[in-house]
Ligand binder design. Structure first.
Ligand code: FAD
Ligand code: THG
Length: 814
């Protein structure tokens, strides 16, 4: 958020007049900001950047709801924009093809995603696919996904048309102005330098595309993207197309990493099949088209023959006009939007495709002008990375992987590729010794389950799965869940981001940020929300008061640290420190947790002495610990934290004492199942800034008395009865759980999608698959029958009041 008390309309300098810079200038000036200067190193508007050569295919379907929203807005906006008398978007439709059974399943999944996010999409059989396209023959095709609203954006005309609108409202576009310096003072930007001029600025938005890291470097800001080359070529003219190509849909042949469009009577073919080709910015030519590298024909050979296999008419055609075009890849494939934490007033809108350009620009403009974007941007936020994820080698390896995987079938639980084992908890060696199967998130290794638990008793149901929902899952998950409910289990909580907030003003500061009353006596833990100014949920947190002026705050990741740092009082009366790295935490949960802890602890851990949602410092054996009595899995027990050097000893102490009690180590699979039984929400999946506490079922965490907090005014008058949609618990009618949703599947009433699943898992204790979903209030009534589309199977489910396990909290509060 920008605070510029003296300037009414801040002076904005946008770096780069590609489609993103132009869209941003339009969106900013449309919101009344006038002082907008766009500096472009090249000519206007064929600048030589990625936009200049983009063939402009727009496939809107994306696993991310936000990204799909960006694409929908882009399609809508460019459809209305005119350049040279023609619209800047041509909705020829998009057709994704399957030539393998796995891809067909993936298209069913994507059909579900499209329905969840409100796109009009249909699955087609091979003849229907062939009928849509003049060159396509049913031959190798097993089916297709057709999205009518997809199509072709005219990238440069769209950029220019938006620039024209912005110019009419007072923006300036200056060609031939290479930005060579960014000036700052007291941690905030003040000016931008080109070779000859200086432009004073309150806000700088880098829209430099794949040059982003270089502009970031001028500002001392890390911009984690990798420029990579990607091959695009056109065929010579095809007689088969003479007069027939108009209106043909764009194609994706993802089994061979290809996409296609027509250019009159020629076919354009783009390929992601070739070897990754990272580009060194320093080695780019200074010529007219720096983003266009020479075509390396050999790299394209395989793709050309795969293209001919799909479109036989290409066999008689020549391959002409190929190039290796450069654009941006990020470690997780999402754009980089927002204000840097490293320098106030320095923003980025980069690694954005033409497809998402207008939507991403709108979000950034809203964020600048209103202080808050209209859509949930947590996947796209520039500050989402931990410092371990910003190293050049990490960015290079993961961004390369983003390129390789761009069209791959990725299961939602697939662990990300190398580098791995970046951050490991103190007991990593013990976990590995127990046969942990690890995944990674936020740079941390996290056990999914432990092979050592293969011999444990299993619950009666939920053990047989179809191949897709069995991926990254094992029946051992079921056994670990059961053991947690029956005896006691260790869960690794080390990756949970922990902040230490300290200082004389710490209590007042947290009270202002947290929705709940956190200014409570020492030894109290409080569950609370961080709301934005519009009452949207930025996070859910736990605030443990360890001293009058000392708090341990459990949060959901780097964006929370960012929010807390931004709101720190300027006078130094509060310090905020991320202590995650130097500490480790174990959840010790289950009905026998107290039997395990009591003999080890040097304090009284009875319910009377150490109640629910209380915090104590103690020793377990020889290990100094901080204990929080709470449990995300809904069982008796504690989160136990210690500094890293004591970690191994903590594990060993518990492990040894726990052996007679049947103590096991358990992983994320069991964790997710148990938390869904207990109805605990996961921020990011179940709720985001787009939702208010009442809609998310978290109204209990909003205090009514005791002072002001961010978001309070916005919530005035709101309640569950004003909810636009409600986060709702569903139980699948087929209790066997052969098909378990994984999240993002559409929920149907009758023939129409009415909402979508946020998280889901088999509930081994309740013996049924559980899914949480956003549904209209009229549907979110217990007993209502709905259907969930899982890969084309319509699974009947019933709305249920939640939580489905231990609604009276009897197991946890005793
Ligand atoms: P750019 O268009 O690169 O604009 C950045 C601008 O910043 C440039 O004009 C540059 O000159 C300027 N700049 C950089 N440094 C400075 C400086 N120091 N001072 C001043 N100005 C500076 N996307 C799709 O959605 N669909 C597609 O079908 C598609 N196909 C593609 C095919 C190819 C071959 C390529 C290369 C990309 C394709 N893309 C596609 C991606 C898309 O082109 C880009 O993601 C998009 O154009 C990026 O727009 P941008 O405005 O961020 O970047
Ligand atoms: N542990 C700690 N901090 C955390 C989490 C955690 N912070 C981030 C995230 N996880 C927060 N999520 C939750 C969700 C639910 C609960 C705790 C953290 C929880 N809720 C009880 C309930 O809803 O009944 C308690 C509510 C109350 O008494 O106010 O326990 O895992 N340290």
């Amino acid at each position: 958020m920008v605070h510029h008390p003296r300037v009414h309309h801040p002076r904005v300098v946008v770096v780069g007049a590609g489609i993103v810079g132009c869209a941003l200038a339009d969106e900013l000036t449309a919101r009344g900001w006038r002082d907008v200067t766009v500096l472009e190193q090249g000519p206007l508007f064929t600048t030589g950047g990625s936009t200049s050569h983009a063939p402009g295919l727009v496939f809107q379907t994306n696993v991310s709801r936000t990204m799909t929203g960006f694409a929908r807005y882009t399609v809508d906006k460019y459809g209305r924009l005119k350049a040279g008398g023609r619209a800047c978007f041509d909705s020829v439709g998009g057709l994704e093809l399957a030539t393998s059974a796995e891809r067909m399943r993936e298209l069913r999944r994507r059909h579900g995603l499209a329905a969840s996010w409100g796109l009009d999409a249909r699955l087609l059989d091979p003849p229907e696919c062939a009928a849509l396209h003049p060159l396509l023959e049913p031959g190798p095709v097993l089916g297709g996904l057709h999205v009518r609203g997809d199509g072709l954006a005219r990238a440069v005309p769209a950029a220019e048309a938006q620039a024209r609108l912005a110019t009419a409202r007072g923006a300036r576009f200056l060609a031939d102005r290479r930005v060579v310096g960014i000036e700052s003072s007291a941690g905030a930007v003040t000016a931008v330098h080109t070779e000859r001029e200086t432009f004073p600025a309150d806000v700088v938005v880098s829209c430099a595309g794949f040059w982003g890291p270089a502009i970031g470097a001028l500002a001392g800001v890390t911009v984690p993207l990798l420029p990579m080359a990607h091959q695009y070529a056109r065929s010579g003219p095809l007689t088969a197309l003479a007069g027939r190509g108009a209106g043909a849909p764009i194609l994706r042949h993802q089994d061979r990493d290809l996409y296609f469009r027509l250019h009159g009577d020629r076919v354009g073919v783009g390929s992601y099949a070739h070897r990754p080709m990272p580009v060194d910015l320093a080695e780019l030519a200074e010529g007219a088209h720096p983003s266009m590298l020479g075509f390396t024909r050999d790299d394209f050979a395989e793709s050309w023959s795969a293209a001919q296999d799909l479109l036989p008419a290409l066999r008689g055609a020549s391959l002409e006009e190929g190039f290796n075009g450069v654009f941006s890849f990020t470690p997780d494939g999402f754009p980089l939007l927002g204000e840097s934490r490293q320098l106030r007033g320095f923003w980025t809108a980069e690694a954005v495709w033409v497809t998402h350009s207008a939507g991403a620009a709108r979000a950034v403009a809203e964020w600048l002008v209103d202080g808050r974007p209209g859509a949930d941007l947590h996947e796209c936020d520039l500050n989402r990375f931990d410092s371990a994820q910003l190293t050049p080698s990490f960015v290079r390896q993961r961004a390369t992987r983003s390129f390789v995987e761009v069209y791959d079938i990725v299961h939602p639980l697939d662990p990300p590729g190398p580098p791995r084992a970046q951050r490991v908890s103190p007991w990593h060696a013990r976990q590995a010794g127990l046969g942990a199967v690890f995944t990674e998130a936020g740079g941390w290794e996290r056990p999914l389950w432990y092979e050592a638990n293969a011999g444990l008793p299993q619950p009666a149901r939920g053990l047989r799965r179809d191949p897709w929902s069995a991926r990254n899952w094992s029946p051992i998950v079921a056994a670990e869940a059961r053991a947690t409910r029956d005896s006691v289990a260790l869960y690794d909580m080390t990756p949970l981001t922990r902040l230490e907030v300290a200082g004389p003003a710490a209590a007042a500061y947290l009270q202002r940020l947290a929705s709940n009353d956190v200014d409570r006596p020492v030894g109290t833990v409080v569950y609370a929300l961080l709301l934005d100014h519009a009452g949207g949920i930025r996070s859910d947190i736990t605030v443990a008061r360890l001293g009058e002026e000392l708090f341990q705050v459990g949060v959901n990741g780097p964006l929370d640290l960012d929010w807390l740092l931004r709101h720190r009082p300027a006078d130094g009366s509060v310090s905020v420190r991320d202590v995650t790295g130097g500490t480790g935490g174990l959840g010790v949960w289950g009905p026998r947790a107290r039997d395990l802890i009591a003999p080890l602890a040097d304090i009284d851990v009875s319910h009377q002495a150490f109640g629910y949602f209380r915090a104590r410092r103690a020793h377990l054996g020889d290990v100094p610990v901080t204990m929080l009595r709470l449990s995300y899995v809904g069982e008796l027990g504690w989160e136990i934290y210690t500094s890293a050097e004591h970690g191994l000893r903590l594990w060993d102490t518990l492990w040894e004492a726990g052996a007679p009690l049947g103590l096991i180590a358990a992983g994320r699979g069991a964790f997710t199942s148990l938390r869904l039984e207990k109805g605990y929400r996961a921020w990011g999946a179940d709720m985001t800034t787009e939702d208010d506490p009442y809609e998310a079922g978290l109204g209990f965490a909003v205090r009514s008395g005791s002072g002001d907090f961010i978001g309070r005014d916005a919530l005035a008058g709101r309640s569950p009865s004003t909810a636009r949609r409600l986060l709702t618990c569903l139980l699948l009618d087929d209790r066997a759980g052969e098909y378990v949703p994984l999240g993002r599947e559409p929920v149907y009433v009758g023939g129409a999608p009415v909402g979508y699943v946020t998280s889901a898992a088999y509930g081994y204790t309740v013996g049924a698959p559980i899914a949480y979903a956003w549904l209209p209030p009229a549907v979110a009534v217990p007993g209502t029958a709905v259907r969930i589309d899982c890969l084309g199977r319509m699974l009947p489910a019933t709305v249920t009041s939640d939580p489905v396990f231990d609604p009276k909290h009897e197991r946890i509060r005793r």
